[in-house]
Design a protein around this ligand. Structure first.
Ligand SMILES: [Zn+2]
Length: 165
């Protein structure tokens, strides 16, 4: 998650919950196998896009008008790989999906996560709408964690407490 968009304590608390989701084995909802059917990724609206494109094209000694960056880094996720030792998109594909695409998941970025000021990076395929923060784990998030840890009995009723306001 992008610390620049954490405008308040509730969002910072949600970011911690999101990161704990990763620790427990959850991955981003907007990057699941079937995400393209639900979410449109406006890659050029990502903050730093132009600079990253320039660096990658120069590194690969490709002309400035090459479509390599857009194809490899933005759309052709099967071929893309991270420039450093972070997880590659191919590794993302090894994740299992649980349930239907979950618009309430705390693992779903907001429409403006990582965006240039005011821009929309992620929008709904159906109707082109946007969405904001999901402040607590969804039923789908809880179901996925239960699937990963079937032998753990939740304490305190198994529902997350609300993050501070
Ligand atoms: Zn994340």
């Amino acid at each position: 998650m992008d610390p620049d968009v954490w405008a308040n304590d509730q969002q910072r608390a949600t970011a911690v919950v999101h990161e704990l989701g990763h620790v427990m084995g959850l991955h981003h909802e907007h990057q699941r196998h079937d995400a393209a059917a639900h979410v449109k990724f406006n890659c050029p609206e990502v903050r730093g896009y132009a600079e990253a494109k320039k660096i990658i094209l120069e590194k690969r000694r490709l002309p400035a008008d090459s479509d390599y960056f857009d194809k490899m880094q933005c759309t052709d996720v099967d071929e893309a790989s991270a420039p450093d030792d972070r997880m590659t998109f191919r590794e993302f594909y090894n994740y299992k999906t649980v349930g239907n695409f979950d618009w309430k998941s705390v693992m779903l970025y907001t429409s403006k996560s990582g965006a240039s000021r005011g821009a929309v990076v992620l929008e709904k395929v159906e109707g082109g709408g946007t969405w904001g923060w999901n402040y607590e784990p969804s039923e789908g998030d809880v179901a996925a964690v239960k699937l990963l840890y079937p032998d753990v009995t939740p304490q305190g009723g198994g529902r997350p407490s609300k993050p501070p306001k």
